[in-house]
Design a protein around this ligand. Structure first.
Ligand SMILES: C[S@@+](CC[C@H](N)C(=O)[O-])C[C@H]1O[C@@H](n2cnc3c(N)ncnc32)[C@H](O)[C@@H]1O
Length: 267
């Protein structure tokens, strides 16, 4: 097994291509895998950021290689995730329309069983500059189990009764529906630097608390700034993250250190 780039208190980060690193992981060991893979949307389109026209390119890692190659890429990491997922574990895959249908097809081809499709609605999404399309204001998450017969974990009662006051669509004590209203990442979550596709902590908090128990082992093979890892750590889950870009692992470490300081202050 290659040496971890960073390891501390059940929080491990590996630097490298997850397609090359995942085969080193042995056995069905992960209770939850959250995956926010490259969307393959960085093909010189435009969007709005802080009121200004900006090119949407996120980085070389996010360029499309064409439909067939993109499908093969997603199928390859998904197959590895299926191999290391516990028999009753679940996987969450997040994406925009550029990637999520390809991932959904690959999931089904590999025999995963889809449990839910979640619409993450962003009430504060930026407006559409061209005024020729509807304003993109959601991302999609697919929640799936390893195969049809697997018994997956869903903390139904907790999800129904807990306080999700960031979401105006969730009424207290009512069942949680498959449309979640959560704003995009807040500026204070990016105070150590910006990851171009950083997920809000509120989104990962919900996923982790809904589908794991304390002590469970969580994997994120495209960890970026490790939003998954931070929420895993905060709620007593163990975490393994992989990213090909060292600067994002360094950002993850800064975010973890800040979280630890905040927790110490609270205690
Ligand atoms: C969509 S972003 C994940 C963002 C993350 N969820 C967060 O909250 O910060 C995808 C990440 O995958 C990384 N990446 C791209 N290709 C990779 C590969 N083959 N192996 C590992 N990481 C990769 C990129 O560097 C990027 O940080």
């Amino acid at each position: 097994m290659p040496k971890a780039y960073f390891e501390n208190n059940n929080f491990k980060l590996y630097l490298g291509d997850c397609i090359k690193l995942l085969p080193h992981f042995t056995g069905e060991q992960f209770d939850l895998i959250f995956v926010d893979p490259p969307y393959r949307l960085s093909n010189n389109g435009f969007s709005v950021y802080s009121g200004h026209k900006t090119i949407v390119n996120k980085g070389g890692w996010d360029k499309s290689q064409g439909l067939e190659k993109d499908f093969e890429f997603h199928r390859t990491w998904l197959k590895e995730c299926q191999r290391v997922l516990k028999p009753n574990g679940t996987i969450w895959v997040s994406g925009t329309y550029h990637s999520i249908h390809t991932c959904g097809f690959a999931l089904q081809k590999l025999g995963f069983h889809i449990l839910n499709e979640i619409v993450w609605y962003k009430p504060n999404a930026p407006y559409n500059l061209s005024q020729r399309f509807f304003t993109a204001s959601h991302e999609t998450l697919i929640w799936a189990k390893k195969n049809k017969n697997a018994k997956h974990r869903f903390n139904y009662k907790y999800v129904k009764d807990a306080n999700w006051n960031e979401d105006f669509l969730k009424s207290p004590g009512e069942q949680m529906r498959s449309v979640w209203a959560i704003n995009s990442v807040r500026p204070e979550e990016q105070k150590f630097g910006k990851h171009p596709t950083q997920k809000p902590t509120a989104l990962l908090r919900r996923i982790i608390l809904a589908s794991t128990l304390q002590g469970d082992l969580v994997l994120d093979p495209f960890t970026g700034s490790s939003t998954t890892g931070l929420e895993a750590y905060l709620y007593g889950r163990k975490f393994v993250g992989i990213d090909v870009n060292q600067k994002y692992l360094d950002l993850s470490i800064k975010r973890l250190n800040q979280l630890k300081i905040n927790l110490q202050k609270k205690n």
